[in-house]
Write a protein that binds this ligand. Structure first.
Ligand code: KIV
Ligand code: ZN
Length: 515
């Protein structure tokens, strides 16, 4: 089959909406803009930029993304309420290609318990919501929330009416991750066959991963006739997450013999996107995650290594380079200059401003003074940390920790808080506890530490430690990451990164209340 005759599948990325909705994945405005720019450059067809009615911050993020995105359609989400739809329309209006995505539950359990509405009332609302959105933009997507648990006759009636009212895309989400591939494929075939005007709209899949079948279900839905796939980078999203964009793209590209579809995403940028999203959300990527996990291209057993040396096709179905993974290489040391560093950043896929390069170069030199061999991964974690923490109110200036068996553990910590330097000395039950107590003494808060995890960025005892921290306050979760050759400094940075996000949210709420 020639590429011209293949069906085009459009990729709808919802990292900034469904992804950001998951506990702890909150992003700042700058981080959202950075992710949106990357998605656009990567060739994603539609970027769902947020849920404008949710908060002024969400509205602002969607509006700014709408203004700057060059190629992709920019969508804003709205419930079936006129206020929601108007707000979404306002937020996306400056986009070159604006879309309103409006949804309503159609399953018996949702209609009865969540909406407390009869099917007839729901049907009326579907028509009204789509018409309202169509008055604002030409591109309207309607989603039947909990579509896979919806009674078929009713689903077909809703879809038919939504298309009549002007919906150009119809999404049938597997909201609770309940479906299985054969069932989901048949659902699309059934709806497209039974709904008389189904050829007037593009059908879309949106799968959650509660049973680990989100990617398989998405592809099955496409086999059933859908031509839009909704997904997120690293599969982040509500509960067990959404279908992972990188897995979908590589399944289509690697098994194009059985999935003969075309998709416009630049696969060489997948690793970069995964790293940026992991850095800004502070959500670590599972080591054995398909496509972008650090073990995805590692071969451990002797038999596999032997095969790989003879011919890489023995155990590799796609090359690391095809997803943007460069083989770990010794790159630089303390004598490397600014130009070599700039080149390296480019090879690793970063496009940074001169100021950002300068900042990263200074930190690279500091690291090179402490660590003899600097690998690609070291540079990536250094730059990612810088991008994520650019607007932080608190930074670590110095840390001295007394640890060991002779006396109690004491941490002496100096932080820069809003430009002022403040120092404290604290004790604790171990060096990490003493360090975190010092942070609490300088920045009192009620957040509870829920997770503390350490792993090494590269091999060797002088490897940088990468620490992840999760804090919970007022039932919201904030995650932070920090990297440093000193595990305790990395721990302090990770704790502060989560705390900075918590404070940024407090500032936003404050500003909104004042408004
Ligand atoms: O999972 C879901 O049903 C959704 C809708 C809003 C599309 O995210
Ligand atoms: Zn969803």
């Amino acid at each position: 089959m020639t590429s011209a005759s293949k069906d085009r599948v459009v990729i709808f990325d919802t990292t900034l909406r469904d992804g950001e909705q998951c506990p702890g994945a909150t992003m700042t405005l700058e981080e959202k803009l950075q992710v949106a720019d990357l998605l656009d450059e990567m060739g994603v067809d539609i970027i769902e930029a947020g849920f404008p009615i949710a908060s002024n911050g969400d509205f602002e993020a969607v509006s700014l993304i709408a203004e700057r995105v060059k190629n992709a359609v920019v969508a804003g989400l709205a419930r079936a309420a006129f206020g929601d739809i108007d707000r979404a329309g306002e937020a996306v209006k400056k986009a070159r290609r604006p879309r309103i995505h409006t949804f309503l539950s159609t399953s018996p359990v949702h209609m009865k318990h969540k909406l407390q509405k009869s099917p007839e009332e729901v049907l009326e609302m579907v028509i009204a919501q789509v018409k309202r959105a169509r008055n604002l933009v030409d591109d309207v997507e309607w989603s039947a929330e909990d579509g896979t648990r919806t009674e078929h006759d009713f689903l077909c009636r809703c879809v038919e009416e939504a298309i009549k009212a002007g919906a150009t895309t119809i999404n049938i989400p597997d909201t609770v991750g309940y479906s299985a591939p054969d069932e989901y494929r048949s659902l699309f075939r059934m709806v497209r066959e039974r709904v008389p005007n189904s050829d007037k709209a593009i059908f879309s899949v949106h799968c959650h991963n509660d049973l680990g079948m989100a990617v398989a279900n998405s592809i099955a839905g496409v086999e059933g006739g859908a031509r839009q796939i909704e997904c997120t980078i690293n599969g982040i999203g509500e509960r067990a997450g959404n279908a992972a964009l990188e897995e979908i793209v590589m399944a289509i590209k690697t098994r194009n013999d059985i999935f003969p579809f075309e998709c416009g995403v630049k696969n060489e940028m997948l690793m970069r996107a995964s790293r940026v999203v992991s850095a800004v959300t502070s959500f670590p990527v599972q080591y054995n995650k398909a496509i972008v996990g650090r073990n995805a291209f590692a071969h451990e057993s002797g038999i596999h290594q032997d095969g790989m040396l003879k011919n890489t096709q023995t155990y590799e179905i796609m090359t690391p380079e095809s997803v943007g993974v460069s083989k770990t290489s010794l790159v630089m040391g303390k004598h490397s200059g600014r130009n070599a560093f700039r080149d390296k950043l480019q090879t690793l896929g970063y496009s940074l401003s001169d100021n950002q390069i300068q900042d990263a170069f200074v930190r690279f030199k500091e690291l090179a003074d402490r660590k003899k061999e600097i690998f690609d991964e070291d540079i990536e974690s250094l730059v990612d940390e810088n991008l994520a923490g650019a607007r932080d109110r608190m930074k670590v200036l110095s840390l001295l920790v007394v640890a060991g068996t002779i006396k109690e553990q004491i941490a002496t910590l100096t932080l820069d808080i809003d430009g002022a330097h403040r120092t404290v000395q604290s004790t604790g039950n171990g060096p990490v506890d003493a360090t975190f107590n010092a942070i609490k003494a300088l920045a009192p808060h009620d957040a509870v530490l829920e997770l503390y995890q350490v792993h090494a960025v590269t091999a060797g005892t002088d490897a940088q430690a990468e620490v992840s921290v999760r804090l919970t306050a007022d039932s919201r979760t904030f995650t932070g990451k920090g990297a440093d050759p000193d595990t305790l400094v990395a721990s302090a940075k990770a704790y502060l990164s989560a705390l900075n996000k918590l404070m940024a949210r407090g500032d936003r709420l404050h500003a909104q209340a004042a408004e």
